[in-house]
Design a protein around this ligand. Structure first.
Ligand code: NDP
Length: 458
């Protein structure tokens, strides 16, 4: 008989925690999962899933406009925001039930409440103490709102997904994933969108061509961009918000959204007191096995601030369960993880940006920009950009980048090719599917003139 109540206690029923717990249960472990909010976590309840439903809902607006060029008449089409939110909420309710069933079918015990570590083997929840041989911290992250006057007046992605009315004018602070995704949703549904970001360009960390192309597409959508700017205060009078930027510009809006990053959920969990080390950002420090500085305590997903993407957390959870409960040691590989921004148009990349590749490789760059076929008749001024970064020495494709419709659907397949070590010659030997946008990835023949390491143009 174990001296503990459980083999594993997991804090957090998000994507990573649920996957780890279900698999541990399948391998015979007695598992308790503790969750203080909705079952399913950020991705399912407050992130990827509801966001994508709203992105899809918003995109129909453009599709209807585009249909005119193909002979359709769509006069009188209107959009009802509250119906979209209600439909989305119904789907989230269905998913929450499905997640509860997944846990119970795996034999896991779900405890709803806030769990806090009392010691390395004990968690306090709802006034009770539960013990376990191993503890998994999978508590995710939470939006960060800068400390400026009126910060409490700003909504974050959490609230933006539940607004009862679509704001006619919205100011969005930030130029990353969440800012661009919500800017696209509100703009496509007809809101006036003001995007304020502190860098010269949106999407820091992405390839420079992606950033420049995306920024021009955002402007073409009719958003107003405030590059190199910060919000310094927000005030509200009656139902109108007044936003002041650091250059003195004043904006009036019906809502102000903050999308300036997320931070790991580690405060008040008893981690420090138990000896679990955290870094300066508050993320739990882990090794390649998701092990913390306390031998029987593990952590995965956004709370560890490695690559903050749902599929990464799910894989970390799977590998943790294999390693700890199935005698099958597995470690996560963090290279070539594709990532998408579901903006309008979407962005997707796998592998290295040109800038990062140049740090370690002599590279050839292939790039194309074109008007997608659908817009030859729709008349929409939208261009797709694709780019390949190739190592000259080995001919391996190091990075694939795309801004344009269906980019995430296309890049997913290319991620497999890059994982398999595909060379540019193999891309060239692949016959395209015509007429598609995707075929451009296998028909880019000539490298563009690019600076050599010496700074001259090749
Ligand atoms: P990001 O890190 O993508 O973007 C944060 C933005 O806020 C950047 O533009 C950044 O500017 C700016 N910023 C940060 N701090 C400040 C500050 N103090 N003042 C002003 N501006 C600031 O964060 P998100 O919140 O958009 O998303 C968090 C993470 O969640 C993402 O990085 C991603 O890992 C994940 N995510 C993934 C999605 C997907 O897969 N589709 C969707 C949504 C989120 P700067 O560029 O100058 O640093």
């Amino acid at each position: 008989m174990s001296r503990f109540d459980f083999d594993l206690i997991t804090l957090g029923a998000g994507s990573g925690g649920v996957r780890a717990s279900r698999m541990a249960g399948k391998y015979g472990a007695k598992v308790a999962v503790i969750e203080s909010s909705r079952i399913g976590g950020t991705c399912v309840m407050r992130g990827c899933v509801p966001k994508k439903l709203l992105v899809m809902g918003a995109h129909f607006g453009e599709a209807l406009d585009d249909a005119l060029g193909f002979g359709w008449s769509v006069e009188g089409a209107t959009h009802d925001w509250s119906k979209l939110i209600a439909a989305k909420d119904k789907e989230l309710d269905r998913l929450e039930v499905a997640y509860r069933n997944l846990l119970s079918n795996a034999g896991n015990t779900l405890v709803e409440g806030r769990g806090v570590l009392a010691d390395a083997h004990t968690v306090e929840v709802n006034g009770k103490r539960l013990t376990a041989a191993k503890i998994l911290i999978a508590t995710g992250g939470w939006p960060v709102v800068p400390d400026i006057p009126g910060r409490e007046l700003m909504i974050t992605s959490n609230e933006a997904l539940d607004l009862q009315q679509r704001p006619q004018r919205i100011v969005i602070f930030g130029g990353g994933y969440i800012a661009l995704e919500f800017a696209g949703i509100f703009r496509a549904l007809g809101s006036e969108v003001h995007l304020v970001f502190r860098a010269d360009q949106v999407l820091r960390g992405f390839d420079a061509d992606v950033r420049a192309h995306m920024q021009s597409e955002l402007a073409k959508k009719g958003m107003t961009l405030y590059a190199g700017r910060k919000i310094i205060s927000v005030a509200k009078a009656a139902s109108e918000y007044t936003v002041v930027l650091d250059n003195g510009t004043t904006l009036a809006a019906d809502a102000v959204m903050c999308a300036t990053g997320r931070a790991p959920n580690t405060s008040g969990l008893g981690l420090k007191e138990t000896g679990v080390r955290m870094n300066e950002r508050g993320a739990v420090v882990v090794d390649g096995w998701s092990g913390t500085t306390v031998q029987n305590i593990f952590a995965l997903g956004d709370v560890t601030d490695r690559i903050n993407l749902t599929p990464v957390a799910i894989n970390e959870g799977r590998m943790f369960a294999e390693t700890q409960f199935n005698k099958n040691p597995m470690r996560m590989e963090y290279n070539l993880v594709a990532s998408a921004v579901f903006s309008q148009p979407p962005v997707c990349v796998v592998g290295l940006s040109e800038e990062d590749a140049r740090k370690t490789h002599d590279v050839a760059i292939f790039r194309t920009s074109f008007r997608p076929m659908v817009h030859t008749l729709s008349g929409r001024d939208q261009r797709t950009m694709m780019k390949l970064v190739v190592d000259k020495k080995s001919d391996r494709v190091l990075g694939c980048h795309m801004v344009g419709d269906d980019a995430p659907e296309i890049i997913q397949g290319l991620a497999v090719a890059l994982k398999a070590g595909a060379t540019k010659a193999q891309f060239d030997a692949t016959v395209g599917i015509h007429p598609t946008a995707a075929e451009e990835f296998v028909t880019m023949r000539e490298p563009i003139n690019t600076p050599t390491p010496g700074g001259e143009t090749a």
